[in-house]
Design a protein around this ligand. Structure first.
Ligand SMILES: Cc1cc2nc3c(=O)[nH]c(=O)nc-3n(C[C@H](O)[C@H](O)[C@H](O)COP(=O)(O)OP(=O)(O)OC[C@H]3O[C@@H](n4cnc5c(N)ncnc54)[C@H](O)[C@@H]3O)c2cc1C
Length: 447
């Protein structure tokens, strides 16, 4: 069944989790819209919202394969509002994160969404990490990150009494929020401005059509047909895909390039038992290893009062597989037969095996964490939730680090825009990404 969500479906008030009431208002056969957005993660929702706010007289639809919104990466992440320290100065990632964090705080204030500006320490525990920590400080300053400073071991203990380290980068502007709650609020804005959300609509084809929709008197005004697995069809003038872990497949089904490919990496968290919550006040991160894209196992307070530790990063055998043994033959075969992944694995074999070992062995993971908080013991933690990252990879095995758009070629390509890569911190950057994509949509399509 296909469902549309109405404005009353979104109740995002105070600290309560939003209740997603799914109103069945109609079946969506041969409906026409000016713009269709595929994928209701935080990027699709923020962008649909931005577009409809800019163009309220146009008709918009948001198509999502799941029953609920923002349940994949946008609902399975660390919940950090990043301040923009790590990213190459001048890159889209750097610019969008710094602007996105400011917009996110403003948005939460305006909408009454709960957040905490609890800060973050990036902690060096070995002398050899200090040059990298200082380089991160420089980078953060170049990126215009607010309020950064270097602190010594005394400064670390003032901020985090149980944390040991020789030097740290202090980022008080970093915060935490429930990104799924924020994403649902974007969805509510979209619906309240007249947008339609259709759930359980798994897009399986995007093509141009030569006949007008049944019963239509508007000729070929809507030449793009977006069909789902059950044979339903939505027609539109322009389409935008924001498919997260399926962004390469969505691009491929519209005749655009299959590359960069998405390789899923599972990240498992541990959770600190409540009686040990006193050990952690804000976010505590390691100095990242420049050879790897993920930020390393960190300590993250959550909005519900819990404290998550992790995540690690291991190759997943299913794109949206949240359990260790989840397996999908197509996803698995796709990943293994891709030369880019083969090259990446060969280059990082020992690191990959280490990550898998730590994923299975809580003691090994806790040993890592004890470098920062020696008081933590294996009996203080339990296994927690899991997230799966969409890691874009090129054919040479290079991780694609920045945001990527792809228009494509031919009749479909000129009317479809794909968001191919929206890596972390895309939740933090979501409102800034939305502004940029909306600019791109406006310049490519004559809205
Ligand atoms: C473990 C982890 C920790 C992270 N921590 C942070 C953090 O602390 N801070 C931060 O800023 N960022 C973080 N991120 C990154 C951030 O969560 C993601 O970059 C962001 O959520 C990406 O949003 P998205 O909308 O692109 O993807 P998604 O949220 O995955 O949404 C894509 C949507 O497209 C839909 N879809 C796919 N295919 C189809 C189809 N064929 N038809 C219809 N719908 C389709 C999916 O069902 C899904 O709803 C983290 C990510 C992970 C995985």
């Amino acid at each position: 069944m296909i469902r549309t969500l109405c404005a009353a479906s979104f109740k995002v008030v105070g600290a309560a989790q939003p209740k997603l009431l799914t109103d069945v208002t109609s079946r969506y056969l041969h409906s026409t819209y000016d713009v269709a957005v595929v994928g209701a993660g935080i990027v699709g929702l923020a962008t649909a919202r931005e577009l409809i706010l800019r163009h309220p007289s146009l008709s918009f639809v948001l198509l999502e394969k799941e029953k609920e919104l923002a349940v994949h990466q946008s609902g399975h992440n660390s919940g950090v509002i990043h301040s923009g320290i790590y990213y190459t100065p001048g890159s889209l990632k750097a610019r969008l994160c710094v602007r996105g964090a400011t917009l996110a705080y403003e948005y939460c204030e305006k909408k009454g969404l709960p957040y905490k500006r609890c800060g973050k320490l990036i902690v060096a525990v070995e002398q050899e990490e200090i040059p990298r920590l200082k380089a991160l400080h420089e980078r953060g300053l170049k990126n215009n990150v607010r309020d950064l400073s270097i602190v010594d071991s005394k400064g670390i203990r003032e901020r985090e009494p149980y944390c040991r380290g020789i030097m740290a980068l202090d980022s008080p502007y970093t915060g935490i929020v429930d990104w799924r709650m924020v994403a649902l609020r974007y969805g509510a804005d979209f619906v309240e401005t007249g947008g339609k959300v259709v759930t359980e609509y798994e897009v399986s084809n995007i093509s141009t059509v030569r006949e007008s929709p049944a019963g239509s008197t508007e000729g070929m005004k809507y030449p793009i047909a977006i069909t789902d697995k059950k044979g339903n069809e939505v027609r539109c003038r322009y389409a935008l895909t924001c498919g997260g872990l399926y962004s390469d497949r969505l691009s491929q089904i519209s005749g655009c390039s299959p590359e960069p490919r998405i390789v899923p990496f599972r990240g498992d968290y541990l959770v600190l038992k409540p009686e040990k919550h006193y050990l952690v006040k804000g976010n505590i991160y390691p100095v990242p290893d420049p050879r790897f894209p993920f930020l390393g196992v960190h300590f993250t307070p959550r909005m519900d009062g819990n404290i998550w530790l992790g995540p690690n990063a291991v190759l997943a055998f299913k794109r949206e597989g949240y359990k260790m043994l989840d397996f999908n033959i197509r996803d698995f075969a796709d990943a293994l037969s891709f030369r880019g992944l083969q090259k990446l694995v060969m280059r990082n074999l020992s690191y990959g095996i280490g990550e898998m070992y730590r994923g299975l062995n809580i003691r090994a993971q806790v040993k890592n964490l004890q470098k920062y908080i020696p008081e933590i013991s294996p009996s203080d933690v339990i296994r927690g939730p899991t997230g799966v990252r969409a890691q874009a990879l090129d054919r040479n095995g290079n991780l694609v680090d920045d945001f990527v758009f792809d228009g494509g070629v031919g009749e479909v390509g000129s009317r479809v825009l794909h968001v191919r890569n929206a890596p972390s911190p895309a939740a933090t950057s979501s409102l800034a990404i939305a502004e940029m994509i909306a600019d791109e949509v406006e310049s490519r399509f004559s809205l």
